[in-house]
Design a protein around this ligand. Structure first.
Ligand code: MN
Length: 259
C-alpha cells in the first residue's frame, strides 16, 4: 500500500477526520475596521452574472468582490513593510501550506480579559506540557473568539477606547518569529494582532515580526476547539493572486481519531 492510499483509506474509515477551520464567505462575514485616517477593505459581495435567465438560460454564476484580507485568510510576508521584499501570496512554498499544527488554548483567560496578550512564558508552559513547537509547522492561538464570529460588532468588540480583542505581546511576537521553528501563526480573531496593537511598541507586533521574518499569518479560524494540542495536520489553500498580499483561504485540518 502506498502512503497516499493509506491516507485515503484512513479518511474513508473515519480514522482521519477532516475539520473545516474556514469561516463562510458572505456579505456579513466580519472584516477589519481600521480607525481614521486609514483606508479599509470592502465586505465580501456576490454580483450575479446570470441565473438560468435571459442572461444565461442554463447557468448560474457570479463575480465576487472581496478584499485579500476578508474572512479566513492568509497574510503573506509582503503584507507588511517589514516583509515587503518577501514572498507575495502566489509565491508561498507549497510545503509551507501543509504542515503540523500546535494549538495553544488560552480561551479561559480571554473570557475575563479580551485584551489578553500571549506571552513567551505561556508558550514555554505549553511546550513543557506538549513538547517543542513543530519545525516548519503552525501555531494556532485559541481564544474562543470564534463564538463571536456571527456578529461583526461582537467580533471587533470596539468601544470608545478602541478594539478589544486578544493578541500577542511584542516580546512574544519577536520570539515566535525569530527563535521558534514555526512557519506561521494562526488566530480566531479578525487579524493576528490584538485590538490594541496600534498602541503597542512596535505597533502591530505580530505583523511586524512574523511577516518580517518571512513567516505567515492566518486569521479568522473556527472549530479550533476540535483540534488536539498536537498531532493534527493543517492544509492551507490561499488563491495564487500574483503580487497579492494575502488571500481568502480554505483551511482544513486532518485529525487522527483513535479507535
Ligand atoms: Mn490580514
Amino acid at each position: 500500500m502506498s502512503v497516499l492510499t493509506d491516507v485515503l483509506s484512513a479518511i474513508h474509515n473515519n480514522h482521519v477526520e477532516i475539520i473545516d477551520l474556514t469561516a463562510p464567505l458572505e456579505s456579513t462575514t466580519p472584516v477589519l475596521r481600521l480607525p481614521e485616517p486609514f483606508a479599509n477593505t470592502i465586505n465580501f459581495q456576490l454580483e450575479e452574472i446570470s441565473r438560468y435567465d435571459e442572461r444565461g438560460p442554463r447557468w448560474y454564476w457570479n463575480n465576487i468582490h472581496t478584499g485579500e484580507h476578508t474572512g479566513t485568510h492568509l497574510d503573506a510576508p509582503n503584507h507588511w513593510l517589514s516583509g515587503k521584499d518577501g514572498f507575495d501570496v502566489s509565491q508561498v512554498p507549497l510545503r509551507n501550506l501543509i504542515g503540523p499544527v500546535a494549538v495553544l488554548d488560552a480561551s479561559d483567560r480571554v473570557v475575563d480579559d479580551p485584551d489578553f496578550l500571549l506571552q513567551i512564558d505561556d508558550v514555554r508552559a505549553w511546550e513543557s506540557e506538549h513538547g517543542p513547537l513543530p519545525d516548519g509547522g503552525w501555531l494556532i492561538f485559541r481564544t474562543g473568539w470564534d463564538t463571536r464570529a456571527a456578529d461583526q460588532s461582537e467580533f471587533l468588540n470596539v468601544d470608545n477606547t478602541g478594539s478589544h480583542t486578544p493578541g500577542v505581546s511584542p516580546e512574544c511576537a519577536r520570539w515566535l518569529a525569530e527563535e521558534t521553528p514555526i512557519i506561521g501563526f494562526g488566530v480566531e480573531t479578525v487579524g493576528t494582532d490584538a485590538g490594541k496593537a496600534p498602541e503597542l511598541d512596535p505597533p502591530f507586533p505580530c505583523h511586524e515580526r512574523i511577516l518580517g521574518a518571512g513567516k505567515f499569518g492566518l486569521t479568522q479560524l473556527r472549530n479550533v476547539d476540535r483540534l488536539p494540542a498536537t498531532g493534527a495536520v493543517l492544509v492551507v489553500s490561499p488563491l495564487p493572486i500574483v503580487g497579492g498580499s494575502g488571500s481568502p483561504a480554505r483551511v482544513l485540518a486532518l485529525v487522527e481519531r483513535s479507535g
